[in-house]
Design a protein around this ligand. Structure first.
Ligand code: SAM
Length: 420
């Protein structure tokens, strides 16, 4: 019997990381090398040369033997290759450096670059998200952040660690939880990176994390308490706040928790911005949120959306039926319809691609419509030049998972001003 692999016998997704990792570190190293400033390139060089060598060896029209020297020369040429201009290049003379973990499509990265920071490392394991990231920044993120294979490429001596890590419970209930008790969670890997940098004498100055609002009361508040404890154990003073995108010039009601921790020895405390006003000045006092920049859903809508975004009679009837059932059961779930002159929509989530039920836009004389992918990008504050994934399903997922850019940009600017 032949040894042909029968895909029914193998759950390929179990091997996903292993299959993807070896190759993507080469690509990640090559693109990180090409897109980093001179000081930060070193850590990627060896793998980048290997990647170039392997790539050139695979081109059968090249007759020359591809030695390390040839590959290294080719790599140097890549630094001067302007043919791959990207919409969001690194700043020329950055004021600080940061890393972008759980990077998604780079909401933290755009915001950090907007306030003149250089992103020196990124990690994201989802292939479609990596693709979008590459198209916009020219860098392919490294993969699974829990792996040594990934962590070993993080440069030393940068200023800010950023990330919207997935929220997971910490086990070992009952005793005071420390760094080691978070092992096996993604927060452990954040703490591990902080710890390694402390041990090698280049402590990271600031930690900037984002999560769902529910993190605050997750596991009766123990999850957040553990995070704060662990950061304290590592020498960081933590502040956190729940902020709403609708106070930052976006017509979206999106509440998220933001955590900013700064080295205790630097003796600096952080004051959160709560919003921005009509002049884009920061509002630091919750009492003044009535002065937040006014918005309308209309601001993010396209003038001529394609007809395909109007939902079918069948889908609309299904939405109406389900809403009626929910109402009869006494709960408020069901589709939500918005007029273009309303001040804000619901939160866009990663499941928006399914039926769009959380945000439907009403239309005169016809069924309501879904947001287009560009409108989803606008709703999260992404610039017009952002290159959106070619698959609508991926695009909606990516914007639903993303941070709101103006919120992160405002916090980042305050981190730079107050803590760096
Ligand atoms: C909530 S999203 C963050 C989105 C991002 N802040 C943005 O602006 O697009 C969390 C991301 O973490 C990624 N992720 C989860 N586990 C990971 C791991 N072990 N290594 C690398 N990325 C991971 C997911 O694929 C997802 O894109």
């Amino acid at each position: 019997m032949s040894d042909v692999i029968n895909s029914d016998l193998i759950n390929v997704s179990l091997f996903k990381t292993k299959l993807v990792e070896p190759e993507s570190n080469g690509r990640a190293c090559y693109t990180h090398y090409a897109q980093s400033s001179e000081n930060n390139r070193k850590v990627f060089k060896k793998e980048a040369v290997k990647f170039v060598k392997k790539t050139l060896q695979n081109q059968n029209y090249i007759q020359t033997e591809i030695t390390n020297v040839v590959a290294e020369d080719a790599l140097q040429y890549s630094l001067f290759d302007n043919s791959k201009e990207v919409p969001f290049p690194k700043p020329e003379n950055p004021d600080f450096e940061f890393i972008d973990l759980f990077a998604g499509i780079g909401g933290f990265r755009i915001s950090g670059q907007d306030v003149n920071g250089e992103c020196v490392f990124s990690s994201e394991w989802d292939e479609p998200a990596k693709n979008t990231y590459f198209n916009n920044f020219g860098k392919i993120p490294f993969g699974d952040i829990t792996k040594e294979e990934t962590k070993k490429f993080i440069p030393h001596g940068f200023d800010v660690l950023c990330g919207g890590f997935p929220c997971q419970p910490f086990s070992n209930a009952g005793h005071r939880k420390g760094f080691e008790d978070t092992r096996g969670t993604l927060f452990f890997d954040v703490a591990d990176i902080l710890d390694r940098n402390i041990k090698n004498g280049t402590p990271i100055k600031v930690v900037f994390l984002e999560n769902v609002k529910g993190l605050k009361n997750h596991d009766k508040g123990n999850t957040l308490k553990t995070i704060i404890n662990v950061l304290k154990e590592l020498g960081y003073e933590t502040s956190y706040e729940i902020l709403n995108s609708k106070n930052f010039g976006l017509p979206q009601n999106r509440e998220r928790i933001f955590i900013v921790a700064s080295l205790i020895e630097n003796k600096k405390t952080f004051r959160f911005p709560y919003g921005i006003d009509e002049n884009n000045d920061v509002i630091f006092d919750k009492e003044n949120l009535n002065k937040a920049k006014k918005t309308q859903i209309n601001d993010i809508l396209e003038s001529y959306p394609e007809e395909k975004y109007t939902i079918s009679d069948k889908l609309y009837a299904g939405h109406i039926r389900r809403k009626k059932e929910h109402l009869e059961k006494g709960n408020g779930f069901g589709f939500s319809l918005f007029h273009r002159d309303s001040t804000h929509t619901n939160t866009i989530s990663a499941r928006y691609y399914k039926d769009g039920s959380e945000i439907l836009i009403s239309q005169e004389g016809k069924n309501p419509r879904k947001l287009t992918p560009r409108e989803a990008a606008n709703l999260q504050g992404y610039d017009k030049k952002f290159i959106i994934h070619s698959s609508n399903v991926q695009a909606y997922k990516q914007f639903g998972n993303s941070v709101s850019v103006p919120v992160i940009r405002t916090i980042f600017n305050e981190i730079k001003r107050q803590l760096l």
